[in-house]
Design a protein. Structure first.
Length: 127
């Protein structure tokens, strides 16, 4: 009998796990804007050291701070070290979504301004 449920032949098979949610990201115009990124802070480290973002279009960064009671943020700096985006810091455990304005094509540094030597990486804005 368990094989029958796996094939979807039962009446309660409609809420089958998986399937549709993966397909919802396929249409380009209906979902979140292109370039939506996710970064996680845990143990005073980012989970990524390289990000790819669109050039010439705003994008979002979903930032999950998993370090309980520790403030983190994400700032983006240009090649001269000037901040082109200053994300507000907040204590974990929490999640915030940053709305990043459009960046010119190029390579940027992203960092936590509170722990810049421990938490940093490279963001490439391109087509």
């Amino acid at each position: 009998m368990p094989p029958k449920s796996a094939s979807g032949e039962t009446a309660s098979g409609s809420p089958a796990p998986g399937g549709s949610p993966a397909a919802s990201g396929a249409p380009g115009s209906g979902g979140p804007p292109p370039g939506g990124l996710t970064v996680i802070a845990k143990d005073v480290k980012f989970n990524v050291t390289k990000l790819d973002a669109p050039a010439g279009a705003p994008f979002k960064i979903t930032f999950e701070n998993q370090d309980a009671g520790t403030n983190h943020d994400i700032d983006i700096l240009d090649s001269t070290g000037a901040k082109v985006f200053n994300g507000k810091d907040f204590p974990g455990v929490a999640t915030q979504t940053y709305d990043v304005p459009q960046l010119k094509a190029g390579t940027y540094k992203f960092e936590c301004s509170i722990h810049p030597t421990l938490m940093n990486g490279e963001l490439v804005a391109g087509p």
